[in-house]
Design a protein around this ligand. Structure first.
Ligand code: 6A9
Length: 801
């Protein structure tokens, strides 16, 4: 039975067939875990990557840069302009090697196989008074069927001129790859090789290897091993310590060997000072030149800036000493979020049998259903997704993604729909989606074993529907306010697509401009979304005990499955304080998410014309919101709380002042005149509790556990939660009539300024945006760059909620 879902047809796709000329998203920087890695969004195809090391000494090779790694000690790296359909520009500050690298990427449409692209890699010294000696290696590797051949004649010195390859794969058809030097490069000269035996002075050195299927991602190891062996051979001939050793650039050279039927090729250069080289991927008979890059990148840059200023403008009345710096910051976090979208393919680990003791009385008790215990590898899946952090978490995370899509949707609506569909394809026949998507060996290599296994009874906050309602909002805005009321009649009208717009402004909005497409899309995702919603209601249901006496609904109460003594990873707020685990406990954040989910399902149902469903969702939403008050409001504490069950089987409130207490407000569930709104606003505005000059703290500064233990969700400031607060204030409590409106307006203005100024200040100070910010000093903490939900600051600047 369980295996069946793998065979179910996927959601019918309304997107261009991958590789079709109209698929402008075919190629991308879809290996965002690398400093620079391109691939198409199809499984087992061509993968490219860049690595580099310094040759100023003999040690820097051991710190070769390839996969984004905080240990590399770079002073920042970010796409500073990135359009998902055109290309982008990234700047990398490698201070330890005294080089500022720029990677430019330009897509060139044409042909029937996904088009061509060009890349330019540039380097220049950061400090011109110091040496800047860099050896970049660019590689191309093929997974799956097809072949690559080298076309250039090599000699024993390496290669003087351009390097060319030809290749073929079923998806890409025929292609050519050429690597061409820029005009003004300074190479490590023969003079510097003076006392070297057998100096090879060609401008490029090469390696061609056959690597096993599925192992191109280990390119660094595969490419370095023969280089190190070669280096050891050379060093051996230097027996006289008086003479010293030859230049590191001479020792660390690829061996200029090409093995038969190679599927991984590397091209290496040794520069001294500023450099530039271009890589061309030419599909079929297309031909590209360095001039195309010169012209293409400046056009891309101009259109990107124009579009950015339209979709995410910096308000002219925002008080800041340096508006241009704020704009550069907002551009960079937006670009790095979109340039951080990845394509992943591979199997993942699942445990269908696991359940904690307190989860075992569920009907779905795995022990009784005969499910096998222990992790098993399940069939490969693919996923196009944004990533929270290119260095630390370069993979898909379910609840992060809803936030990512809000931001991406401002720039490219259709990209969010394609990503959303990719996630929806992961919903299984039960309606479940794994919280963390660790697909394939490469992804697994970055996760400790204890975190790899996903369990099909575990949830995560249902944020994906935020992307759907944001899309619906955009459709309604598009139509203008009067037509918007007609909601589900949309698509029957006779709108003319804005086809005369320039490509940069119409790109990424076909689904906004063509009403039938939009409706097809929403209808196609509706069924799996509903199955997903029902999975939540069925599997995360809570028991209503004593507090149920006053509960208006007998059904709407919820509990996260899969919590441990100390963690509720499924809630997303890992170590936030909770009561002791118990089958009868109830979680405030989950019931709030469920009310929110019911409301978003109602909106979607209305839009696609599922009238009965819409009414049913509305009923559930109302009942759930009523139960939030009935079950979770503590009159004594004047706050919303979790519910626990004690040894005498009695319910009690578990109250810890922090993000949890704010949920009914964060998700806009309270009416503006709710008597509970005042105490919530007082709590969040109190500097003794949640309020800091840098944003709202996750836990009250007066809580005994504040800053204790792992201190992950026990004080530090998280930007996506602050975004929720700002959105809720802006859209509802500061906007609508009510007794707390003025207070809400004041808090909104102050909180917005605190968040923008601190995240911006830390970016300027450190070169990064961070996973979270210190509750007392505002300093960036933990993973960086973290251009996942922290990038929402760009929306806060432009007040797009
Ligand atoms: C640990 C370490 C190389 C934790 O942003 C992703 C998630 C959030 O969804 C969640 O709310 N982060 C937050 O509490 C990061 C989770 C990383 C888990 C994997 C492995 C690997 O070190």
């Amino acid at each position: 039975m369980r295996l069946l879902w793998a065979l179910l047809p996927l959601v019918p796709s309304v997107f261009a067939k991958p590789g079709n000329d109209s698929d402008s998203l075919f190629w991308g920087t879809y290996r965002p875990n690398l400093y620079f890695g391109l691939r198409p969004k199809v499984p087992q195809s061509l993968m490219t990557g860049l690595m580099w090391f310094g040759t100023q000494d003999y040690q820097s090779i051991s710190r070769t840069r390839h996969g984004c790694d905080q240990g590399d000690g770079l002073d920042g790296y970010s796409w500073i302009e990135y359009d998902p359909r055109e290309g982008g520009v990234q700047v990398i500050h490698d201070t330890p090697n005294n080089v500022k690298l720029t990677t430019e990427f330009l897509k060139v449409p044409g042909g029937e196989h996904g088009g061509s692209w060009a890349a330019r890699i540039k380097g220049e010294p950061i400090n011109h008074a110091l040496p800047s000696r860099v050896s970049p290696i660019f590689y191309v590797g093929l997974e799956g069927m097809g072949g690559i051949d080298m076309e250039t004649e090599e000699d024993e010195n390496g290669i003087e001129g351009p390097v060319a390859f030809t290749g073929f794969t079923p998806d890409l058809d025929d292609f050519t790859i050429r690597i061409v030097d820029g005009p003004n490069n300074v190479y490590i000269t023969e003079g510097q090789f003076a006392h070297a035996f057998h100096a090879r002075t060609g401008k490029s050195h090469l390696l061609g290897l056959r690597v096993p299927p599925g192992e191109v991602w280990k390119a660094l190891e595969y490419i370095q091993a023969p280089m190190i062996r070669h280096a050891q051979d050379i060093i051996k001939s230097y027996t006289d310590p008086q003479r010293g050793y030859p230049d590191p650039a001479f020792i660390f050279q690829l061996p200029d060997e090409i093995y038969s039927s190679s599927n991984l090729y590397a091209v290496q250069k040794h520069f001294d000072g500023p450099f530039q080289f271009d890589v061309f991927f030419e599909s079929g008979k297309q031909k590209l030149s360095s001039t195309d890059l010169d012209v293409g990148i400046s056009a891309l840059s101009a259109s990107y800036n124009e579009r950015f200023d339209t979709v995410l403008p910096i308000p002219s009345n925002y008080q800041t000493s340096d508006p241009e710096s704020l704009r550069e910051f907002s551009k960079a976090i937006t670009s790095n979020l979109i340039g951080g979208v990845g394509y992943f393919y591979g199997s993942s680990l699942l445990d269908r049998g696991f359940a904690y003791e307190w989860d075992q009385e569920d009907d779905s008790d795995p022990a009784e259903s005969g499910e096998k215990k222990g992790p098993t590898l399940v069939e490969p899946k693919s996923l196009l997704t944004a990533t929270p952090s290119r260095s630390f978490f370069p993979r898909g995370f379910y609840w992060d993604e809803g936030f990512h899509l809000l931001h991406i949707g401002q720039y490219d609506n259709d990209l969010t729909l394609e990503i959303l569909q990719s996630w929806i394809n992961l919903i299984d026949e039960d309606g479940w989606v794994a919280r963390e998507q660790i697909l394939g060996e490469e992804a697994r290599s970055r996760v400790p074993p204890e975190f790899q296994v996903q369990v099909p009874s575990y949830a995560n906050p249902p944020t994906l529907t935020m992307a759907v309602t944001a899309f619906i909002d955009r459709l309604r805005q598009q139509k203008g306010p009067s037509e918007a009321d007609l909601g589900m009649d949309y698509g029957m009208g006779s709108q003319t697509p804005l086809s005369s717009e320039s490509s940069s402004s119409s790109a990424g909005r076909r689904f906004l401009d063509e009403p039938e497409l939009a409706l097809d899309y929403l209808r196609a995702i509706y069924k799996p979304l509903k199955r997903h919603y029902e999975w939540f209601r069925r599997t995360q249901r809570g028991q209503i005990k004593q507090y149920g006496r006053k509960a208006r609904s007998r059904t709407e109460a919820y509990r996260w499955r899969g919590r441990s003594q100390q963690h509720v990873l499924t809630s997303g707020m890992d170590d936030y304080p909770r009561g002791p685990p118990h089958a009868g406990e109830l979680h405030l954040d989950l019931i709030s998410w469920m009310a929110f989910f019911s409301q978003t399902m109602r909106d979607i149902a209305e839009f696609v014309g599922e009238v009965d469903d819409a009414a049913a969702f509305e009923e559930i939403a109302k009942a759930t919101i009523a139960n939030i008050d009935d079950l979770h409001w503590s009159e004594e504490e004047q706050m919303y709380c979790d519910v626990g069950v004690n040894d005498d089987d009695e319910s009690y409130h578990v109250c810890h002042k922090g993000y949890l207490s704010l949920f009914p407000f964060l998700l806009g569930l309270l009416p503006p005149d709710s008597p509970h709104l005042g105490p919530i606003l007082d709590l969040l505005r109190d500097p003794q509790h949640l309020w800091s000059p840098y944003g709202l703290r996750s836990l009250s500064a007066s809580h005994p556990e504040f800053g204790q233990g792992e201190n992950y969700w026990k004080g530090p400031i998280w930007i996506q939660m602050n975004y929720l607060a700002l959105a809720s204030l802006h859209k509802k409590y500061a906007a609508l009539e009510g007794p707390y409106r003025q207070q809400a307006q004041q808090i909104y203005a102050e909180l917005r300024k605190n968040i923008i100024d601190n995240v911006h200040k830390e970016y300027v100070r450190t070169g990064y945006v961070w996973e979270q910010y210190d509750a007392l000093t505002g300093e960036g903490r933990r993973s960086h760059p973290f251009t996942g939900w922290t990038s929402l600051v760009a929306l806060v600047i432009s007040e797009k909620y």
